[in-house]
Design a protein around this ligand. Structure first.
Ligand SMILES: [Ca+2]
Ligand SMILES: [Ca+2]
Ligand SMILES: [Ca+2]
Ligand SMILES: [Ca+2]
Length: 608
């Protein structure tokens, strides 16, 4: 074999013409266009349609039945907080603060944390979710909000753990801390989502059935009056609430959301029947003497005042951690009769799946973050209509949008040219050698660079942090790098590779400038031309393999890529790891996929 390794200041002519912000490739960009992907069969664990509302009872799911109590009617007393023995599935009672009207937030997240533990049969998962994030980033504020809106928000947007964004708004009488302020940087990967929720009927029998038989804490609305125990001078002891007044006397203080976790129909010191209710006003009030500070007891009996009866009640289906696509994951897109089924394999060995895209689409993932949350999205580019179909990481890969950009015969790529943290859509058109760049921040650009038969790539070779447009020409084995630092007017050339090779880009010397990589199928050899100077050669793979580059080993933040071979015949990933010094005697070998699949890798949020 021979590979010319000298860098040559080639004088090969390459048609070059730059247009500024003109030449829209298409006449319009659709807003949230409808899509024709298939979602049937998507293995989502939610057992309710999260959009079902209106107070009607929902069907009892088999999944919930499996968690059900031994059977029989709800007993005279029972509680999910262990008050009558058994397991306490509730997390610690929180304090929404002296002034902030964020009960809607604390009630929803309190039920969410408990439901997570209940559905896993583990009262000590350590789950602690961020009320501040839900307050800051949803439409609600310290002036209050609606239960259905916060539950929809938790389903569609999720919340990270509390350490990512701890509570700071307890003394805000109105407004809230703005959303970005208290996010941790990797908040998207740390989120939890509810899979669905439903209103339930507010009669006592139904609520007891949901708590006992199906194991759901019930979020309810209630009015608060001046005689509510916490407003009483004896609130240390007086934590039974049986309001009998009218709206006028004593004065109405406002609406409040709380969580019913159980009941006692045997009347502790009274012949009334009471709900056991988790509040969000700290633990110094309520049933402190019994070790249940923060809980109070509210009459079930509407005859004792119509305010004893809740007027809204809702339950959460299940709670799941965010699905993520990060740099260590191995990804397979498999064409099935339902379209592409994506399998995302975590380093732990677990995986998740989504259907996205149809036959004929180009599956794209590496570096594609069109919703700007730092996690890569699942993208299918469709030649037949030139549309980009984007399954957003935001919303746990359950929401989507599309954009029209490109046409049949084009090559789709992604990069962030305007550096706003959102991937821009890039189309390279071989017939005219044109790059069409649709910027996320608005506007577009057309740059002519390359010609039919070339391979387009994108990377930052000149080190200014902005993508350069790169063409590899097989006929002469020459790389043409059109530099962003020159305003895309001057270029460098490198002779590296020969016809039949596969060109790739990644980092191998830590200088932040992409290095030029050739994989030669005939001999299974990698030739890496480094920006700092010099080159390296590794034998890894054989003819018929698919070469990929990614950062999957523990040195992920060290900046050196791993050499990956995916072998279709056995569906095996062979990873030659940078942190072993590319030692072929200690590869990472993972069976994932099968013949006919499309293997893909992620860049991860660290390098998008
Ligand atoms: Ca994303
Ligand atoms: Ca952008
Ligand atoms: Ca650059
Ligand atoms: Ca480099």
């Amino acid at each position: 074999m021979s590979l010319k390794m000298a860098r040559i200041a080639s004088l090969l002519f390459l048609a070059l013409l730059v247009h500024s912000s003109t030449g829209y490739l298409v006449t319009s960009v659709a807003q949230n266009g409808s899509i024709s992907h298939r979602t049937a069969g998507t293995p989502v664990s939610g057992f309710w349609n999260g959009t079902a509302k209106g107070g009607s009872l929902v069907a009892v799911p088999a999944e919930a039945m499996a968690k059900a109590s031994p059977g029989g009617d709800p007993p005279p007393s029972y509680s999910l907080n262990g008050y009558f023995g058994g397991t306490n599935y509730m997390t610690s009672v929180k304090d929404q603060g002296a002034n902030c009207g964020s009960c809607w937030d604390f009630a929803a997240i309190g039920a969410m944390e408990a439901q997570y533990q209940i559905n896993r049969g583990n009262p000590s998962t350590g789950i602690d979710l961020s009320e501040q994030d839900a307050l800051s980033c949803s439409g609600g504020d310290c002036g209050g909000w609606w239960l259905d809106l916060i539950l929809d928000y938790l389903k569609n947007s999720g919340v990270p753990d509390d350490a990512c964004s701890s509570y700071v708004d307890g003394n805000l009488a109105s407004g809230k801390t703005p959303c970005p302020t208290y996010h941790c940087s990797n908040y998207a990967a740390r989120k939890y989502y509810i899979t669905g929720w439903s209103w339930i009927s507010t009669d006592a029998a139904t609520i007891k059935n949901y708590i006992y038989t199906y194991r759901h804490p019930v979020i309810v609305w209630m009015p608060i009056f001046n005689d509510f125990p916490w407003y009483d001078a004896n609130y240390w002891q007086n934590y039974f609430y049986s309001h009998v007044a009218t709206w006028q006397e004593p004065p109405y203080r406002g609406g409040h959301f709380v969580v019913i976790v159980g009941w006692d129909d045997q009347g502790a010191g009274t012949d009334d029947d009471y709900w056991i209710v988790r509040n969000s006003w700290g633990t110094s009030g309520g049933d402190v003497n019994d070790g249940y500070g923060g809980y109070f007891y509210m009459t079930q009996n509407s005859a004792n005042g119509f305010f004893g009866m809740q007027t809204q009640a809702a339950v959460i289906a299940d709670v799941v951690p965010a699905s993520t696509i990060l740099n260590k994951d191995l990804i397979i897109a498999r064409l099935t009769s339902w379209g592409y089924l994506w399998f995302i394999h975590y380093p732990s060995g677990t995986f998740w799946t989504r259907y996205w895209g149809v036959s004929g689409d180009t599956p794209i993932v590496s570096g594609a973050d069109m919703d700007g949350d730092g996690l890569e999205d699942i993208v299918a580019w469709r030649p037949s209509d030139g549309r980009w179909y984007i399954l957003q990481s935001k919303g746990n890969y359950m929401q989507s949008f599309s954009r029209q950009w490109g046409a049949a015969g084009d090559v789709p790529l992604v990069a962030d040219f305007d550096r706003d943290g959102i991937s821009d859509l890039v189309i390279w058109r071989p017939s005219v050698g044109a790059w069409f760049i649709l910027r996320s921040s608005g506007g577009s650009a057309t740059i002519y660079w390359g010609m039919q038969g070339d391979t387009p790539l994108i990377g930052d070779r000149d080190g200014d942090g902005i993508p350069d447009l790169i063409i590899w020409r097989p006929s002469v084995g020459v790389w043409f790098v059109l530099k962003s630092s020159s305003g895309y007017t001057s270029w460098d050339t490198y002779q590296w590779g020969i016809a039949g090779d596969v060109p790739l880009l990644d980092h191998f010397d830590g200088d932040g400038k992409v290095d030029l990589v050739i994989w030669r199928p005939s001999v299974g050899a990698w030739f890496i031309l480094k920006s700092l100077g010099g080159f390296s050669v590794h034998q890894w793979g054989t003819s018929g393999d698919v070469p990929l580059l990614a950062h999957v080993d523990p040195s992920v933040y060290g900046g050196f890529a791993d050499l990956i071979i995916w072998r279709p015949s056995s569906g095996t990933w062979f990873v030659l790891r940078s942190y072993t010094g590319y030692d072929p005697s200690s590869p990472m070998v993972v069976s994932w996929g099968t013949s006919g699949d499309v293997p893909l890798t992620a860049k991860g949020y660290w390098s998008i």
